[in-house]
Design a binder for this molecule. Structure first.
Ligand code: PLP
Length: 406
């Protein structure tokens, strides 16, 4: 008998299962609102115009080869990524207080950060990562894989379809000092609900007072509002309060459309340059056993754009194209759902939420009917990927939502 005979079947990943069901559906009216990637108005993947240009430049670069990158990643990419997150004139960059590693996109950054904390965060009753309720689907599995414990902080309230800020603040007060708190920098996935700036100020102030460690997941910078600085506001506000330690997991999957190229960074902000150097040396050790060195192509594309003022401003244009189309679809769906029904404001959460995802408030039974009767696919929690909407299907989707809402 095989020594592996007792391996049980793992449950299918729900997201990938949903896309498989969508592909198998032969109805021409079918709509994919599960997809976690940007789609254009023809429901097709979109290669950013600036990425095409950077690709062309790379192709014409003589002597470009397939050698390994350094363990920490492409140097110019690391520096440009730091500036993008923390701002060009950031004092912590000037003082060399940030240890940065190139990672396998945002997932790899979260995982490296989790492994690092698992190894070096002091043993105490605070060694537990607090995540939003509901969490991003992969947060708990990643943290548990790194042997970290988790707990939830209240975030979304179904009754108002918005942030329960009082409950969140009360929890941040109540948990042990020096707790690790995982926060979405912007465009919270799955709910689309972000704190306002004044709520962020309160969250940051409680966390500073209680000496919690902020761990930001930044998967949508520039993609949420179309403005790279606005989407980094929360991170930079926390940095301005001078937390002794702060982590940022950064992904270029959505804002550059580099999904499959696995392009990201982990940044660890330390108290001084000496500690940052020690932290970096330890992260390089973790990187070496995990992936040895990161993949080159996506980092080359991103750093080509980030280091050229002309390409950078073209990228900002591309970001406005993507975020603008999403905002337009949120407005269109809301208007169609509310039109003629005297239900002004009933769907206001569609336009109040931000980023790729939207929590509609539809329940699992309504989601089932949408799939089986209307061929409209969304996750069981009622989350819609707004980028699956376009001018060709939004009326049909509104009709379907209206029908299941009764
Ligand atoms: N974090 C959040 C909140 C996300 O929504 C995603 C992707 O959907 C990720 C992290 C990780 O994405 P990737 O590993 O493709 O960068």
């Amino acid at each position: 008998e095989s020594p592996l005979a007792s391996v049980p079947m793992a449950p299918k990943d729900p997201m990938f299962g949903l896309s498989a069901a969508f592909r198998a559906d032969t109805d021409p009216k079918k709509v994919d609102l599960g997809v976690g990637a940007y789609r254009d108005d023809n429901a097709k993947p979109w290669v950013l115009s600036v990425v095409k240009k950077a690709d062309e430049i790379l192709r014409q670069t003589p002597d470009l080869n397939h050698e390994y990158l350094p363990i920490a990643g492409l140097n110019e990419y690391l520096a440009a990524s730091q500036q993008l997150v923390f701002g060009k004139d950031s004092q912590i960059l000037h003082n060399h207080r940030v240890a940065t590693m190139q990672t396998i996109s945002g997932t790899g950054a979260l995982h490296l950060g989790a492994r690092f904390l698992s190894k070096f965060f002091p043993e105490s009753d605070a060694k537990r990562v607090h995540v939003s309720s509901p969490p991003y689907v992969n947060h708990l599995p990643i943290l548990h894989d790194a042997c970290l414990e988790t707990a939830f902080y209240p975030y979304y309230t179904p009754t108002t379809k918005s942030l329960d800020c009082d409950a969140l603040l009360a929890t941040l007060h109540a948990i042990p000092e020096h707790s690790i708190v995982l926060l979405h920098a912007c465009a919270h996935n799955p709910t689309g609900v972000d704190p306002t700036q004044s709520q962020w100020r309160q969250i940051a102030s409680v966390m500073r007072e209680r000496q919690h460690l902020p761990f930001f997941d930044s998967a949508y910078q520039g993609f949420a509002s179309g403005d790279l600085d606005a989407d980094a506001w929360a991170i930079r506000h926390f940095v301005s309060l001078d937390f002794p330690a702060l982590l940022v997991a950064q992904s270029y999957a959505k804002n550059f459309g580099l999904y499959g190229e696995r392009t990201g960074c982990l940044h660890v902000v330390a108290q001084d340059a000496d500690l940052a150097a020690r932290i970096k040396s330890q992260m390089e050790k973790l990187q070496r056993v995990n992936i040895s060195t990161p993949p080159a192509y996506g980092a080359r594309i991103a750093s080509t754009v980030l280091s050229s003022p002309a390409l950078f401003s073209e990228w900002q244009e591309d970001l406005r194209t993507m975020s603008g189309r999403i905002v337009e679809m949120r407005r269109a769906l809301r208007a169609l759902l509310e039109k003629g029904k005297g239900e002004e404001g009933k769907w206001k959460h569609l336009t109040e939420q931000t980023g790729m995802f939207c929590y509609t408030g539809l329940d699992p039974e309504q989601v089932r009917v949408l799939r089986e009767k209307w061929h409209v696919y969304l996750t069981g929690d009622g989350r819609v990927s707004v980028s699956g909407l376009n001018w060709g299907n939004v009326r049909y989707v509104a009709e379907a939502f209206g029908a299941v809402e009764g």
